[in-house]
Ligand binder design. Structure first.
Ligand code: APR
Ligand code: ZN
Ligand code: ZN
Length: 361
């Protein structure tokens, strides 16, 4: 059996997305069919539409989602119909060299659905990050579904599926922020704001938010920033050093994805401190640093993919903290929109007044 559902499709490079009817097969072995309840709009969706990821059009966009499992294929035991799940793009294989070394969050062979979803004429769709959740229903590998407490709001929970998890994980997993640390976060969009929330959860004593937009700094304060710096008017490195006894922060998280801000992160950290790059650069960007400083300042320069998260470990824990009132996921939901408003949400991204627009179905 197949299902015909409405979905947001990007048909060609730079062309506005369209609402289309797509065909979703019933789940085969190891697969799950999920009825989507909410899906956040992420920069990566826009990158797909602009042809910045690859040329495998048409894309089925959307990947920060939560929903209800409708049916599962043969051999699926971890989730069952009726489960409330957050979708992830790290369904670990358990067999690659990273998994075998006990570091499954680096898994090099993550699972997606084997069967293809298609347009009505049979053209195969490429689901964004192997998910494709701007759709009434989507087909994924069962391991892409992580069961969480169903009393959580779907709009808030879905955000853990990508950007918010990336930010929180950059602090708690990659940066290994601990009690009493000083942390600076450069760039306080959805990802950076989540890094601030993460640093706060981990017990950081000082959390310095840096952005060029005062609206973002106001949200950062709401999520636990103890200090804010508008780096349009002030030198970010000087300001962070001043706030940390002249030394720099123990962990600096770069959540913009640009060489200038990476350089700021590099020099704003204390000797032997850690830099975490979670912002995503573009292919033409280059970084120049005195190699002697890289050596002499010691510490760790790390990058964080999806917050080095392990969905089965991190999603249920973070949803529990959310339900206990210790992690304000609702603060990331700036607006809820309908399925046919994704294009408008892309336009609003440039305005800078949105952490996340979330499609609610
Ligand atoms: N210095 C400080 N902050 C800056 C600078 C700068 N030079 N340039 C931009 N910013 C701020 C913006 O004002 C904004 O608040 O960085 C933030 C970027 O946030 P968003 O555009 O909302 O992006 P977000 O979803 O947070 O993602 C951040 O991570 O996943 C990647 O592709 C994504 O590279 C992007 C980054
Ligand atoms: Zn693996
Ligand atoms: Zn994303």
């Amino acid at each position: 059996m197949t299902h015909q559902v409405r979905a947001v499709v990007a048909r060609g490079k730079g062309a506005p997305v369209s609402l289309e009817t797509i065909v979703v097969p019933d789940p085969g072995p190891g697969e799950a069919l999920v009825k989507i309840e909410a899906c956040g709009v992420c920069h990566t969706d826009l990158h797909y539409r602009e042809g910045g990821i690859n040329d495998d059009f048409p894309f089925l966009l959307g990947h920060e989602a939560a929903g209800i499992v409708e049916s599962v294929g043969e051999g699926v035991t971890d989730v069952a119909p009726g489960d409330f799940v957050i979708l992830n793009w790290r369904a670990v294989c358990g067999q690659c060299r990273a998994c075998l070394r006990g570091r499954p969050w680096y898994c090099f062979n993550t699972h997606n659905a084997k069967q293809k979803m298609t347009l009505l004429d049979g053209t195969e769709l490429s689901p964004a990050l192997g998910i494709g959740a701007f759709a009434e229903k989507t087909l994924v590998a069962a391991g892409q579904c992580t069961k969480v407490d169903p009393t959580a709001s779907a709009a808030a929970a879905g955000l853990l599926g990508c950007g918010v998890m990336a930010g929180i994980g950059a602090a708690i997993n990659t940066g290994n922020v601990g009690r009493g640390d000083s942390v600076a976060v450069i760039g306080c969009g959805g990802v950076g704001a989540a890094a601030i929330a993460g640093a706060n959860l981990a017990g950081a004593a000082k959390v310095i938010a840096v952005d060029i937009d005062d609206r973002k700094l106001a949200t950062a304060e709401k999520l636990g920033a103890t200090h804010t710096v508008n780096s349009r008017n002030a030198d970010a490195v000087e300001a962070i050093r001043e706030l940390t006894g002249g030394h720099g922060a123990d962990v600096v998280i770069e959540a913009v994805g640009r060489p200038e801000t990476y350089q700021q992160a590099f020099y704003a950290r204390d000797l032997a401190g850690t830099v975490v790059l979670v912002g995503v650069p573009t292919p033409e960007m280059k970084l120049e640093l005195p190699l002697l400083d890289v050596f002499g300042r010691g510490g760790a320069l790390k990058s964080s993919w999806y917050g080095d998260c392990l969905p089965s470990r991190d999603f249920p824990m973070l949803i529990d903290l959310y339900l206990q009132g210790r992690l304000d996921l609702d603060a990331f939901v700036t607006e809820t929109i309908a399925l046919d408003e994704v294009e408008k949400a892309f336009e609003r991204m440039h305005g800078g007044d949105v952490l996340r627009s979330v499609v609610v179905l």
